[in-house]
Design a protein around this ligand. Structure first.
Ligand SMILES: C[S@@+](CC[C@H](N)C(=O)[O-])C[C@H]1O[C@@H](n2cnc3c(N)ncnc32)[C@H](O)[C@@H]1O
Length: 243
């Protein structure tokens, strides 16, 4: 495993979120079939995948580009006793193709941005039943005029925008927005930054003198520090929309 994956690929989640928030977003949907067919795009280590399998009697197709993530989502589903309803697909989401209306729900926590927010929502529209749902979490600004270090940090993801701007995109594509909510700070720390700090501490001595590895640690420390100092400026939000 490369150094990046040894930090980012070994955490309980690969981005902000929690089972509680996954359930809260799920509950916004009405009249989802009892055994829905769900596509989880960019499943990562699969915390939300397994939660979706627990709260429904449906099936989940969990898609991710990285083989280690596919291994982890499968292992997690086996531990939870829900692996019989899990299908995994090791695939680049830019290449995903499914027959029209294949899914009742398309889910994507912190990953639709790899396609671009608008392009991603457009792409999955064909895969969802008419009347079905698309549920995504995405980075949002909470207030204007962030300090320069925050602007610099988010340059890597220039699509971060206000909730209002994201809702405008959702409407423009032709979805009906049925709900959204902003993540609390604990959704960044509990399963993501706190375990990341532990991983950084474990690796600091071991990786000393390896420039590429030290660069990964520096970037991770900076990311955590930006969040801890400025989480009043940005967060993630869940967006629940109907096709
Ligand atoms: C920020 S993580 C979120 C993972 C998970 N949904 C979570 O919240 O813990 C993004 C995930 O998208 C995956 N990914 C990145 N680019 C991808 C692509 N082009 N196709 C499929 N998966 C991709 C990564 O491997 C990673 O697991």
């Amino acid at each position: 495993m490369d150094h990046f994956l040894q930090i980012y690929g070994t955490l309980p989640r690969a981005g902000p979120g929690s089972n509680e928030l996954t359930r809260r977003a799920f509950e916004i949907m009405s009249d989802v079939p009892e055994s829905p067919r769900i596509l989880d795009v960019g499943c990562g280590p699969g915390m939300q995948t397994v939660e979706l399998l627990r709260i429904t009697s449906g099936t989940v197709v969990a898609l991710d580009l990285i083989p280690e993530m596919i291994t982890r989502v499968r292992a997690r589903a086996v531990s939870a006793g829900v692996s019989d309803r899990l299908e995994t697909l090791e695939q680049d989401m830019t290449e995903m193709v499914f027959p029209e209306s294949s899914f009742d729900v398309v889910w994507s926590e912190g990953a639709i941005y790899f396609l671009g927010f608008e392009a991603g929502l457009k792409k999955v529209k064909d895969f969802v039943e008419p009347g079905g749902y698309v549920v995504v979490s995405e980075a949002v600004w909470l207030k204007p005029n962030p300090p320069p270090e925050v602007v610099e940090f988010w340059k890597e993801y220039p699509e971060i925008d206000t909730v209002a701007a994201k809702l405008e995109v959702i409407k423009r594509i032709g979805y009906e927005s049925v709900g959204h909510f902003i993540f609390p700070a604990t959704a960044w720390t509990e399963h993501y930054y706190n375990p990341m700090e532990e991983r950084i501490a474990e690796k600091t001595a071991e990786w000393r003198g390896i420039p590429e590895a030290e660069a990964v640690l520096k970037k991770a420390r900076n990311e955590i520090s930006i969040f801890r100092s400025h989480s009043d400026y940005f967060s993630y939000a869940f967006f629940v929309m109907r096709n």
